[in-house]
Design a protein around this ligand. Structure first.
Ligand code: EPU
Length: 423
């Protein structure tokens, strides 16, 4: 298992380019299942999660061609509408094939994901929505079995419906929006997730001939069409990767410039960094950050977009660990997303957890130690803390980072960090 060794204690400085967004890429790859014509995506990040999704699609009969940062997917034949447990357990986003498969192939067998390091994460809302669209859904031996109803012509097709999700769910909204794109009639998704990745997916689906309006708001309207055609789409920049590097610069007293970024997608994060005393400048697609000599701690509460993202909570805990003052962090999206707190404490951070609240008292100095990564964003927070800590930090189980940060070491090296991958 690979480890990451970081010799910390000095500011990171320089410029790096932001990669395509993981959480936009995964639903967009699944969207290829909706058409019998090729979909070409560019700005596809090289990540283990992307490879997992491509492997899953290939297993279903999708032909895949990679060319630099572009991927062309040809789903003219889907001969095996199955997402086996082995794939879904390594990447929960594999659930994103459920909606497209039922809509296009008329049937799907997708493993239930089960719990994970950050919470129980059920998929009941995905199932509820598909059922409302006429699908027959059952759970057998750990698998979701779904079939679309038979129409007069003998083909299987979902029907449009008015859908309301009990909570805001990102992949739930995406799954239902993709399913509705090929349904008969109109679907309205109320309480829809407003995340920019949902809007990016809708934009691509519309390029494929879908009729979707309102994506990016909490009410999405989809007029179902009989078929979707091929298209080309460039994946939006990764707002969480962007925020992670900005936090690394803030925590180390550094100064960086990120190119190819989309500042409008991370306003809540930029706002908190400004509150901590960082100087931020946005110029077109670039974001620059200069850390203050004394960083102030910032309290925050995670919530669905456009509020502060849960995917940036761990990184801000690391920032607060070295800031002046006491911060209160409330996690309201996932029930168990503080696993990084104990590991940060091993580096000398002062963090107390009570239920969904963490109280972080800034300390003058963190010290390097060996720590263990538990999930993707927890790992990112340990990298940030390791960069800020004096001496060497060794992060174990960095496969989590490879799932979601493209060329992490190369980018950190470009920013002057002293990092090594230990094999
Ligand atoms: N939920 C349910 N039932 C459902 C769906 C969701 O109870 O049917 C609950 C979840 O358990 C959670 C909350 O609703 O408490 C929100 O979950 P959501 O469905 O929005 O999460 P997700 O779609 O599974 C995506 C991202 C996550 C990100 C969350 C929240 C992708 C591929 N994943 O997950 O990203 O944390 O939205 O913004 O888009 C990451 O990148 O590290 C990551 C975990």
């Amino acid at each position: 298992m690979h480890k990451l060794a970081i010799e910390g204690g000095s500011p990171i400085q320089g410029e790096v380019a932001v990669s395509g967004a993981k959480n936009a890429a995964l639903p967009l790859l699944a969207a290829a299942l909706l058409s019998d014509e090729p979909l070409t995506l560019s700005n596809v990040p090289r990540l283990v999660d992307v490879d997992t999704m491509l492997g899953l699609l290939a297993q279903m009969g999708v032909a895949i061609e990679r060319d630099g940062d572009s991927v062309t997917l040809d789903a003219s034949t889907i001969d095996n509408p199955l997402a086996p447990y082995e794939r879904v357990k390594t990447m929960r986003a594999a659930i994103l094939v459920l909606g497209p498969l039922v809509a296009r192939a008329g049937e799907a067998k997708v493993s239930l994901p089960g719990g994970c390091a950050i919470g129980a994460r059920p998929v009941d809302q995905h199932i509820k929505g598909l059922t409302a669209m006429g699908a027959e859904v059952s759970v057998q031996h750990g698998y979701i079995l779904a079939t679309a109803p038979k129409g007069r012509d003998g083909g299987r097709r979902l029907s449009g419906a008015r859908l309301f999700t009990d909570m805001v769910t990102v992949t739930g909204t995406e799954n239902l929006m993709m399913a509705a794109a090929l349904a008969q009639g109109e679907t309205v998704i109320e309480n829809a997730a407003r995340e920019p990745e949902v809007a990016d997916l809708a934009e691509c689906l519309n390029r494929m001939g879908a009729r979707i309006s309102g994506a990016g708001s909490d009410e999405i309207r989809i007029q179902g069409v009989a078929r979707l055609h091929g298209a080309r789409h460039r994946i939006m920049p990764d707002r969480i990767e962007t925020g992670t590097y900005l936090c690394a610069a803030a925590a180390t007293g550094g100064k960086i410039r990120l190119s190819g970024a989309l500042a409008a997608s991370l306003e809540a994060v930029l706002d908190k960094l400004a509150e901590s005393g960082c100087k931020i400048a946005v110029d077109g697609e670039s974001i620059s950050l200069e850390a203050p000599t004394k960083l102030r701690s910032v309290s925050l509460r995670t919530s669905p977009y456009p509020a502060f993202p849960t995917d940036m909570q761990a990184q801000f805990m690391a920032v607060n660990a070295v800031a002046e003052g006491t911060a209160v962090i409330r996690e309201t999206v996932f029930e168990n997303r503080f696993m990084h707190a104990v590991e940060l404490s091993r580096l000398g951070a002062d963090i107390k957890i009570d239920g969904n609240t963490a109280v972080v008292k800034g300390v003058a100095r963190l010290e390097g130690a060996t720590v263990m990564a538990t999930d993707l964003r927890a790992s990112a927070s340990l990298v940030i803390a390791g960069l800020a800590a004096a001496g060497e930090t060794v992060i174990e189980r960095i496969y989590h980072l490879d799932r979601g940060y493209e060329q992490l070491e190369q980018k950190l090296l470009a920013l002057g960090a002293r990092v090594r991958r230990l094999k």
